[in-house]
Ligand binder design. Structure first.
Ligand SMILES: Cc1ncc(COP(=O)(O)O)c(C=O)c1O
Length: 387
């Protein structure tokens, strides 16, 4: 059977090689400390699980879900954005419910772009952005994110051709993989740039809840005029440890939301109503669980960074997200260093070049193991006498 060119052109999954090597090492019985993953290690908070259990008992949740999401969940999104970011949202016209944000960001080019249109993407960035490029048969250009620019794109460096041709831009702060955060002035600049260049913006706010040192990451929608030019995508996966539940939402510009909803009307019925009900509870009930989760990641970050510094590794503390973006020693590439750590220290990390060529020179380390395992990982690296 021939498969479509569209599928043949899907980007290879860079990290499948890493997953295979880690699995092979574990199959040999080695105790691998896997810091390469992005899967939250904590369970979903109890009150959200209980809300799901209760909802499952209600036969009203057993039929097909309402097209375009339940009113209850969309209204909860409105309450959440007002409470957390002081942003007013119209639940009916400015919210689309998603099967997780991966689905949303892969389907967005299909909803907004024609074959050959140009999408601007961050480099380094979340690899799955490229899946949407292949499915919609569009072109993409990468915007370098450099340490000297605090890992923010430099709009002045884009060519006139790029500005004329680009129809859509993806941004992601706090960033996977760099952990960098954005500011309202940067988002103001983004709105102005989007207006003059007529480019729509999708801000991926996956790590929006996870900010350290008392600094809460800002929402793109807090910038004046943001809703004129774009949307934000928000997932329950990280804030509430609900990665397996497959639930998220897009919020913002009504025309873009309408386009997503129209595409989804054709692709699927909405997520299980009981999941939507529990998701609404997550957004509207006490946020103590989120505060506790952020403190847990912050303590792990502190342990990891102080241990790295203790062995002489010159690293910077991530301000947000659950990743640390660490420079590799000069004599190594991202991949050769990651290979060395796996083969000689039984520590798995994600090589930075897997997120784009501007990720070369870094590795991404997840804060998804407990403090003792993080300490142990650095102690094993110390024995290699690299620093
Ligand atoms: C930057 C970023 N965006 C989106 C996602 C997808 O999240 P989900 O599909 O679980 O909502 C991830 C998951 O790792 C991510 O790191």
């Amino acid at each position: 059977m021939e498969i479509s060119d569209r599928l043949k052109n899907m980007p290879p999954h860079f990290f499948s090689k890493l997953v295979k090597s880690v699995e092979a090492a574990m199959a040999e019985g080695r105790d691998i400390i896997n810091l390469g993953r992005g899967n939250p290690d904590q369970p979903t908070p109890k009150h959200i699980i209980e809300a799901l259990q209760e909802a499952v008992e209600d036969p009203l949740t057993h039929g097909y879900a309402a097209f375009r999401g339940t009113t209850e969940l969309k209204e909860a999104v409105g309450v959440f954005y007002k409470r957390e970011y002081n942003v007013d949202i119209n639940p009916e016209t400015e919210v689309a419910i998603l099967f997780g944000t991966k689905t949303g960001l892969v389907e967005l080019p299909l909803a907004l772009m024609n074959a050959g249109d140009l999408l601007l993407l961050p480099d380094p960035g979340y690899p799955d952005y490229l899946s949407g490029v292949s499915l919609a048969d569009i072109k993409y250009n990468l915007m370098p994110l450099l340490a000297e620019n605090n890992f923010l794109p430099d709009y002045a460096a884009l060519s006139n051709e790029q500005k004329e041709q680009a129809k859509l831009m993806y941004l992601n702060y706090p960033s996977n993989p760099t952990s960098a955060t954005a500011s309202i002035p940067f988002f103001d600049e983004t709105v102005a740039f989007a207006k003059t260049s007529n480019i729509a913006i999708m801000h991926d706010f996956a790590y929006g809840a996870i900010g350290f040192d008392g600094k809460k990451p800002v929402s793109f929608l807090q910038a004046d005029g943001a809703k004129d030019v774009g949307i934000e995508m928000y997932t329950f996966s990280k804030t509430y440890n609900m990665a397996g539940w497959r639930i998220g939402f897009a919020v913002g510009n009504a025309e873009i939301i309408e386009a997503i909803n129209t595409l989804q009307d054709h692709l699927f019925i909405n997520p299980f109503p009981a999941v939507q009900r529990a998701a609404a509870v997550a957004l509207t009930s006490s946020q103590d669980c989120v505060e506790n989760l952020v403190s847990l990641y912050e303590s792990r970050r502190n342990v990891l960074i102080s241990e790295c510094k203790r062995i002489g590794w010159d690293v910077e503390a991530p301000p947000a997200s659950f990743f640390a973006w660490l420079p590799v020693p000069k004599e190594y590439s991202s991949e050769s260093f990651a290979d060395l750590l796996l083969s000689k220290a039984d520590v798995a990390v994600a090589p930075g070049n897997g997120f784009g060529s501007y990720g070369e020179g870094y590795i991404r380390v997840g804060l998804l193991e407990d403090e003792n395992r993080l300490k142990e990982a650095v102690a094993r690296i110390e024995k290699l006498n690299l620093f």
